[in-house]
Design a protein around this ligand. Sequence first.
Ligand code: FAD
Length: 364
Amino acid sequence: MNFNSTDIHSFRDIWVFCEQRDGKLMNTDFELISEGRKLADERGSKLVGILLGYEVKDIAKELGGYGADKVIVCDHPELKFYTTDAYAKVLCDVVMEEKPEVLLIGATNIGRDLGPRCAARLRTGLTADCTHLDINTKKYIDFLSTSSTLDVASMSFPMEDTNLKMTRPAFGGHLMATIICPRFRPCMSTVRPGVMKKAQFSQEKADACQIVMRHVELSPEDLKTKVINIAKEAKKMVDLIGADIIVSVGRGISKDVDGGILLAQKLAEAFGDGVVGGSRAVIDSGWLPADHQVGQTGKTVHPKVYVALGISGAIQHKAGMQDSELIIAVNKDETAPIFDCADYGIAGDLFKVVPIMIEAIKET
Ligand code: FAD
């Protein structure tokens, strides 16, 4: 196939790999399509969703409702369940033929496996776990032109080209690194679920979205693994990303762990249909399961109300919750960094403060 990742002028359009499980689209798809729409508008290009699966044509139109101009559907029985070899083969084949300029993938378990595999095959770069994307070339050139430390004229990559600016936490979350991929295409990025805002669904746009069915070729040599059975975890995972109210606990509950978690549950219930989250210290101590972790290496959430109980407010924790609509913090140390991002801060012992909060909410 005539594919050369360094021939950057032959690449067009913004693509989003859309993930489905059991024939259902994921929330991440809608977030990435919404973000991709903004990038495509800035770039003046098309936004294309690529959907792999089996008997998934009917769900493709929904992606149009969030902004996709076109959805390419690769439908094949061997794509019913995710396997690295089959999905990487099919996705790379389509990318090599159609040459998208940008390829966004959700940083889900599947995306984190598929993205690097495809990037290596396509001989391009991938920025993993991004929290911000920008494609405004003009702003970028202006920035470089005014920067005293950079000599724009001596730069060897073509400045007139649009580069996707991909921002992600680096050095343990202590700084945000903005990365570009100037010499190779497609620019590939995995994007953290829950970070990008989902657009309003539009039936009109969904109806206007073009669906293209693509022939899939998979030979036995392409398939090194086969899914025989999927055993689902009996326990229901906590839905932190979709929750409106989250009450999170930190190491501050250590003097009575069970009592602290119970108080958080009661407070979450008092607020409405809330769920309990935790800092990494709580997860690492085994006080709550891993799916409850909020933060850089946990979930990124933006609920209507986020309550932090006995959480110091380390940068890695804040990275996952600071965009919440309303933040309430309870900490016995009035200098704790969590108060810097809190709308309401209560300096006090959570074991004394939370029962009073619960009573006060019940009375209103
Ligand atoms: P601590 O920092 O120990 O804070 C406990 C707080 O409780 C203190 O402020 C104390 O004043 C207060 N307190 C104690 N007793 C009471 C009481 N009775 N009432 C009220 N307040 C009380 N952390 C995350 O949370 N999420 C992540 O995703 C994450 N990812 C990370 C990734 C990397 C690469 C690294 C290096 C770290 C990461 N961390 C993450 C860890 C992070 O740096 C902090 O160590 C962690 O968030 C601390 O958790 P904590 O606030 O519960 O505990």
